[in-house]
Design a protein around this ligand. Structure first.
Ligand SMILES: [Fe+2]
Length: 282
């Protein structure tokens, strides 16, 4: 682990201990994740316990991402339209992200827009899945979930270390990338603390935690290089193409190793970029 992150965690031990525990809905969904033979009713029952998650599923289902023309009104219908796995993965991720939802913290000087972060994550998940379908279908589901969770550290830092994150944002606005601004301020990035949070506090799988941890640095990933590279490239495209200017990072550090790991050329990547622009709602 990055020593600066290690020091930060020990210095801020009191605060770290107060971080929320993994929401019950997420726990229940995670315990289901190994089984492929689940009944839709089981997932409807779990999701229905949490109105915020139910609302999120319906809003995502009816959003432009899925291009559904007739509105969906309940979780069972959402499962029919989106498929069981998507509903489960979105519910799991939304429930995990809810624990670091910044929307309710009205008084903080800088609040990252939670809805905007969720939208960005949804776009990264969708691009990641398209890329997985192109390159290796077997990684598609994990890439989708990791895409939804990849910036959880951003929300965590914003919510619990708000004042210092103001420094990051001030630096970021003065023409350094977000990652550089975080490294200068904290000595580690939202990717690293996000990976730590998922694996150490919330017992998510090492696979998802590792993708989150390395999503800005595929060249240093020691495992799951393919997943990590897909999320890095998807995040790069989302950061470049999002319509909303504040969701963009024009200096996003692009790690070319991702192309080598996935054995694709720059031209092929550019073609993919053009293709997803027609498919993904930025
Ligand atoms: Fe990120």
């Amino acid at each position: 682990m990055n020593e600066r992150l290690d020091d930060f965690l020990s210095i801020n031990n009191d605060k770290i201990r107060q971080l929320p525990t993994l929401p019950v809905v997420a726990k229940e969904l995670m315990s289901l994740s190994q089984s492929d033979t689940l009944e839709a009713d089981t997932i409807v029952e779990i999701i229905s316990k949490d109105p915020a998650i139910s609302t999120k599923i319906l809003s995502v289902t009816n959003s432009a991402y899925y291009k559904i023309t007739t509105p969906v009104n309940n979780i069972k219908e959402a499962i029919i339209r989106l498929g069981f796995k998507d509903v489960k993965n979105i519910a799991l991720s939304a429930s995990v992200l809810e624990a670091v939802n910044t929307t309710r913290d009205k008084k903080t000087p800088y609040r990252l827009d939670y809805q905007r972060t969720f939208r960005h994550s949804m776009v990264v998940a969708m691009i990641g899945r398209s890329m997985a379908h192109w390159l290796d279908k077997s990684v598609a589901d994990d890439v989708f979930t990791a895409g939804l969770l990849h910036d959880i550290g951003l929300l965590l830092l914003n919510k619990f270390f708000t004042e210092r994150y103001v420094e990051v944002m001030n630096l970021f606005r003065r023409e350094v990338s977000l990652i550089e601004a975080e490294n200068k301020t904290f000595g580690f990035t939202h990717a690293e603390i996000g990976g730590w949070l998922l694996t150490n506090k919330w017992e998510m799988t090492d696979l998802i935690a590792n993708i989150v941890n390395c999503h800005h640095t595929p060249s240093v990933a020691k495992s799951n290089e393919k997943h990590v590279s897909i999320i890095h490239l998807s995040d790069f495209l989302a950061s470049k193409n999002m319509h909303n200017a504040t969701s963009r990072d024009p200096l996003y550090p692009f790690d070319e190793t991702a192309l080598d790991i996935l054995e694709i050329s720059e031209d092929e990547f550019d073609e993919f970029d053009l293709e997803v622009r027609g498919m993904v709602f930025y």
